[in-house]
Design a protein around this ligand. Structure first.
Ligand code: G3I
Length: 319
């Protein structure tokens, strides 16, 4: 069978990749598959570059766990996506509890993004600088950043990141922006406004946490409205979950759904790569967050490929 990164390259894409996480790296059979550079040309740390992991106390930076992932990418010859600088979730309590005024939080955000992106300067292809800024209705998420700084947290973070590593591609990453709709429109308007102000922005990350049988019908139209803004796009956290138990019919539908998503990326020139949010059901985040659901990844919990794998290959071969 065709390895997935090779299939992506043959389709003119930059990479096919996977998220991974530090605790999984003691699992030798798992690491052996992850490290096949023809299978995965890119990796993303699932947790270890987030704010709680990298700046647990103000001004105290810890990069040991993130460095393990960066070193793994380097030794495997894989691209690295940094994930993430500014997100409402997985914040250390000194940030999430708030109490800072606008000027102080501005300094904190700039220092955090500048230091973390600077630490990995030259090692990443791209970074999710802003993660999940919007509610599903397209309004701004009410979090410590927006509530203290208004929309300015976005340019503050992006400018600090660009100064710290002029080459890494700066992304805003979100979920439920796969098809057209209020949240995708909010993303379009934000990117337009950043570009009009001369704020650096290179890409939109489309997470793609999808449900079997429910892939939006407006994927291509939406991907094209994003790339028309003059930014690249990437599928950053793909998985397609189902209500358990998995059946032959559900696995076949999942294969078709993976093919739809991948072929849409294949067809849209500015869609540069695809990352699954870990490649195996063994380490998927889905069952703990959505009880009764799972089987979302292209490999099963025994590290055996599922029909979804063939759907991915077919999606890259669709053009
Ligand atoms: O670090 C603690 C550990 O000390 C403790 O013993 C353990 C007990 O549960 O929890 C550990 O924290 C967990 C953390 O992952 C690190 O393993 C959290 O409970 C758990 O909630 C957290 O889940 C992560 C989740 O983000 C948090 O929102 C998932 O692994 C990670 O895959 C997931 O990734 C996000 C992306 O960053 C953004 N998009 C959505 C995606 C899925 O939620």
């Amino acid at each position: 069978t065709t390895p997935l990164h090779s299939a992506a390259r043959a389709a003119g894409k930059l990479y096919f990749g996977s998220a991974t996480d530090n605790p999984e790296l003691t699992d030798q059979p798992y690491v052996a598959i992850l490290s096949q550079s023809s299978m995965f040309g890119q990796i993303t740390p699932g947790n270890s570059m987030k704010w709680d992991a990298t700046e647990p106390e103000r001004g105290v930076f810890t990069f040991a766990a993130g460095d393990v992932i960066a070193d793994l990418a380097a030794s495997n010859g894989q691209l690295l996506r940094g994930h993430n600088c500014v997100w409402y979730n997985q914040l250390p309590s000194w940030v999430s509890s708030g109490g800072f005024d606008n000027a102080t939080l501005t300094e904190i955000v700039a220092t955090h993004c500048g230091t973390v992106v600077g630490h990995y300067a030259g090692q990443t292809y791209s970074w999710d600088i802003i993660n999940e800024p919007f509610n599903d209705d397209g309004t701004w998420r009410s979090d410590v950043f927006y509530n203290t700084m208004g929309e300015s947290f976005v340019p503050v973070a992006l400018n600090a990141a660009r100064a710290a590593d002029p080459k890494t591609k700066l992304y805003i990453n979100d979920y439920n922006i796969e098809g057209t709709g209020a949240k995708s429109t909010a993303m379009v308007n934000l990117v337009k406004s950043l570009k009009a102000q001369g704020v650096p922005i290179d890409g939109i990350g489309i997470q793609c946490h999808l449900i079997v049988g429910e892939v939006p019908s407006t994927l291509k139209e939406n991907f094209e409205q994003f790339t028309a803004l003059g930014v690249e796009i990437a599928i950053t956290e793909l998985d397609i979950r189902m209500t358990l138990p998995s059946t032959t019919a559900l696995l076949a539908q999942q294969q078709a759904d993976y093919e739809t998503v991948i072929s849409t990326c294949t067809e849209v020139e500015g869609c540069i790569g695809v990352t699954v949010w870990d490649y195996t059901d063994k380490y998927s985040w889905i069952p703990s967050t959505f009880p009764g659901q799972g089987a979302a990844c292209p490999w099963d919990a025994n590290l055996v490929t599922k029909p979804a794998y063939d759907g991915i290959v077919q999606g890259f071969e669709s053009c």
